[in-house]
Design a protein around this ligand. Sequence first.
Ligand code: 5GP
Ligand code: ZN
Length: 138
Amino acid sequence: MTKDDCIFCKIGRGEIPSATVYETPEFKCFLDLAPGNKGHALLIPKEHFANVFEIDADTAGKLFSLGTEIARAIKDETGCDGMNLVQNNGECAGQTVHHFHLHFIPRFEGDWDGLKWPQGEADPEENKKLAEAIRKRI
Ligand code: 5GP
Ligand code: ZN
């Protein structure tokens, strides 16, 4: 999928209808067509960035800041007990629409099991070295 036939760019421009929760000149929040739970929403920048590796820090910061207000509004309206904020990057990580988006998935006590990943075991010394190696790249 290229930027030109990107479904979320089209939703951002209003060319494809969506159940819009909130909109600014830069961002749009709309309900997911295949929700994990009632109130499952997606927040996108209207500009096309494929994923977290492409989006700039300023846009991502503004998006997450707006996201805190959206999360509270969804919680107030749905009465959910908790919420998963999920953001997938790359097919191997479960991304199916390659336009950056943040999921807001309301959670209710006992609804369904997840979101879990298989948990490994880390060696503290190796973790220290890896943390330092990553830090050098920031
Ligand atoms: P991803 O798997 O890329 O993290 O999430 C993509 C999400 O977009 C999915 O939850 C999917 O249900 C949702 N989605 C895909 N196409 C559309 C659409 O045309 N409209 C809306 N509202 N949601 C969509
Ligand atoms: Zn796009």
